[in-house]
Design a protein around this ligand. Structure first.
Ligand SMILES: [Zn+2]
Length: 53
């Protein structure tokens, strides 16, 4: 799969429906036909949560 945030293919699976993009350091959760993207800052805090349909 591709990262819905930065379109990179550098995405690894970390759980059943959880993926992690190594390019933009976001966590991607697949929920039905939607993506929930969590972007983290350098301290590991959630910077932004985004919903992509
Ligand atoms: Zn990305």
């Amino acid at each position: 799969m591709r990262c819905p945030n930065c379109k990179s293919k550098n995405v690894g699976k970390i759980g059943g429906n959880l993926f992690f993009c190594r390019e933009c350091f976001c966590e991607i959760k697949v929920k039905g036909d939607k993506f929930i993207i969590k972007l983290y800052d350098q301290e590991g805090r959630i910077k932004k949560v985004q919903y992509v349909i």
